[in-house]
Unconditional design. Structure first.
Length: 337
């Protein structure tokens, strides 16, 4: 019977001497929730875990492309598409993309995408996706933007063009299942990657998604894909994992993942969470329009930090950076530099 270990993360300044630091970050834990597919969850002392599983939880995460993972990081969303669910059409020219990038100066990473992944979105050709993203990345670099740039794509040719244009990281919403050439390309170029879980593709993913156990099914998928990426030559220290909120998941699926998000630290890699302005936030928060979901997006991002999540992917960069600064100061009882 396979067991899964979820650290019960604390951030209180009153930290007992028996506590263990989570992934070299700001959280700590003394106990874990043990999960399986055939038994009820139970709580056990973390020090009773086997050494391999425990090390995956406590080992400090290596810097990703030089970006340390010891404090919360913000990834700003910049879609050069006409039809993304929230910012479609806002940055679909080179000049607008540059302006958008400059407005996100406080972000640690800029995530640039040329194919909408909203539910029901149509496929975009490689040529069109390259035309939307590579010139924008070149112009953003020429404008003096120094942050890490991530290319949000599932296609190797698009990733290659973006890396040539100045991107650093490849963020694949298909979890490296769409294009067999993408993982070898990333390995060859030494590019860090983000592997995300999705059930189905954007055109069909919200048509009655089903799981045996959404939490453990998503965990197993990511664990398997990380192993495949390592076998393809991608360094494990340069892999980020994203549970893929909203990608082939119902509202209940999303909430099940968010409630036990700290489970994914067991993968031994940094966690990225992308929930900004998504439909479930509008449903719970009674905000029909995507642009009205910023307060709910901030609430979920801060809840994710309580789980030790290292990276949050957001539309509202200045607001998120401010919220994180106040969250950290309130938890620690002092301002951070």
């Amino acid at each position: 019977m396979k067991e899964y270990f979820r650290p019960i993360v604390q951030t209180d300044i009153a930290r007992p001497s028996t506590s263990l630091e989570l992934a070299g970050g700001w959280g700590w834990f003394t106990d874990v929730e043990v999960l399986s597919r055939s038994a009820a969850p139970r709580i056990v002392p973390a020090r009773d875990m086997n050494a391999t599983a425990l090390d995956a939880l406590i080992a400090p995460r290596a810097p990703v492309a030089g970006l340390t993972m010891d404090r919360p990081r913000v990834m700003g969303i910049l879609n050069t598409t006409p039809d993304s669910f929230s910012d479609g059409g806002k940055h679909n020219s080179v000049a607008a993309a540059c302006a958008g990038a400059l407005s996100m100066a406080e972000a640690d990473i800029l995530d640039i995408g040329g194919e909408s992944t909203r539910p029901g979105a149509a496929f975009v050709s490689e040529e069109e996706e390259i035309a939307r993203t590579a010139p924008a990345i070149e112009a953003i670099r020429a404008a003096g933007v120094s942050q890490l740039i991530s290319i949000d794509t599932r296609k190797a040719t698009v990733a290659a063009a973006a890396l040539e244009a100045g991107a650093t990281l490849v963020n694949d919403v298909s979890g490296f299942t769409f294009d067999a050439d993408l993982a070898p390309l990333c390995a060859e170029r030494g590019a860090p990657v983000c592997v995300m879980h999705a059930q189905g593709d954007p055109a069909t993913m919200q048509k009655d998604p089903q799981y045996d156990n959404v939490l453990l099914d998503v965990y197993d998928f990511l664990d398997d894909q990380i192993a495949r990426l390592v076998r393809a030559g991608v360094q494990r220290s340069q892999i980020i994992a994203d549970p893929g909120i909203g990608f082939g998941k119902t509202l209940d699926h999303n909430l099940s993942l968010l409630a036990r998000l700290s489970l994914f630290h067991g993968l031994g890699v940094p966690i990225l969470l992308g929930v900004s302005r998504k439909r479930f936030i509008g449903t719970i928060g009674k905000a029909e329009a995507a642009e009205d979901r910023m307060p709910g997006s901030l609430a979920v991002a801060l809840a994710a930090l309580k789980h030790g999540t290292q990276i949050v992917r957001v539309h509202d960069v200045p607001e998120t950076v401010q919220a994180i600064a106040l969250w950290r100061a309130s938890v620690a009882g002092c301002a951070h530099g």
